[in-house]
Write a protein that binds this ligand. Structure first.
Ligand code: BDP
Length: 326
């Protein structure tokens, strides 16, 4: 989406806010690429409900789902400018902007979703949330993004050799381009909203994502081979524009932070249910799932990615802290 179009959509959306949320004194506009009912959208709505309740209707949130405000890379910029108040995004598109976000986005860094929860709920998570404040943003909470695996329109991929020369879309993060390169395939970074037609027209062979996104985006309709290599467990993050946050009283800032934290357990429950539902739905639709795969060569191939990105002492420490978390 061009900047002008995005801005046009943002302006239109702000008009909508005035009519839809007139009962609230202040309504924060929050962006999400996913459709209504998706766990991230529902979680931010829950956060807004808590906020409204705890401020007697002074502060509310309206979620603009389905990328109404634009694709993630653009909406991140707009949130930094304070044009959008809040944003729920994968950590991936932050990788090129906030170095610390690269670590929890590294392939195979987490052993499981439980491990990811322990890390992101602890001091490492706090350190990464704090890193947003140097970039005109306030990190509020982490949400689940499941594990991401490759899918494609061409053939069942059962080993790393099958990936050779294939073309996959990745999120707009240099690290993910290098990740796909290290696996012997080619990566094209592009906005989420362009993936469906790019697979359909053969511009790319496939992409990689979790069950709920593979399902809700409809990508399974055009790329029916899903290989459970689970190379990434990338947390999602809820951020607020620093200018919006700075405009609040200290008391309201704490209410905002707490409402975001309190939406996390709700999100986790919705996420777990939705993962199972989406997996069942795409299997039912005829997707061929390749689950019997040896992940060891995938993990071993990631050495160069770690070498290239985990260079500073700060990032090395975060990697060590994550690995030491039981
Ligand atoms: C989904 C994330 C979303 C990303 C999308 C993508 O929830 O934030 O935009 O992947 O691949 O899983 O771009």
């Amino acid at each position: 989406m061009t900047y002008t179009k995005t801005l046009g959509a943002a302006l239109l959306a702000s008009v909508a806010t005035v009519t839809a949320a007139s009962a609230c004194e202040t309504t924060f506009r929050s962006s999400d690429t996913h459709p209504e009912g998706y766990p991230t959208v529902a979680a931010v709505e829950e956060m807004g409900r808590l906020l409204e309740e705890r401020t007697d209707g002074r502060l509310c949130v309206e979620v603009f789902h389905s990328a109404q405000l634009g694709e993630e890379k653009d909406t991140i910029e707009q949130t930094q400018f304070g044009v959008i108040d809040m944003n729920r995004v994968s950590l991936g598109p932050f990788n090129n902007i906030i170095e610390e976000t690269q670590v929890p986005s590294l392939p195979y860094i987490f052993r499981s979703t439980d491990h990811m929860h322990k890390v992101m709920d602890g001091p490492v998570g706090q350190q990464i949330l704090d890193a947003f404040s140097d970039h005109d943003l306030v990190g509020l909470a982490f949400y689940d993004g499941g594990s991401r695996s490759f899918y494609n329109s061409e053939k069942p991929i059962a080993s790393i050799d099958d990936l050779a020369g294939m073309k996959f879309r990745v999120m707009q993060s240099d690290m993910f381009v290098d990740m796909v390169d290290a696996l012997g395939a080619n990566a094209t970074p592009m906005p989420y909203g362009e993936v469906y037609s790019s697979i359909q027209t053969g511009v790319i062979d496939g992409a990689e994502n979790n069950w709920p996104s593979y399902d809700s985006s409809g990508h399974f309709e055009v790329a029916k081979y899903y290989t459970l290599d689970q190379h990434l467990i990338v947390p999602e993050v809820l951020v607020m524009a620093k200018s919006t946050f700075d405009g609040l009283s200290a008391e309201d800032q704490e209410i905002v932070r707490q409402a975001a934290r309190d939406s996390v357990p709700v999100m986790r429950e919705l996420w777990a249910a939705r993962e199972a539902e989406s997996e069942a739905r795409v299997r039912e639709a005829g997707v061929e799932v390749i689950s019997d795969i040896d992940k060891t060569p995938f993990i071993e191939a990631m050495g160069p990615v770690y070498d290239k990105y985990v260079t500073s002492a700060v990032l090395q420490q975060i990697v060590a802290d994550i690995q030491a978390t039981e």
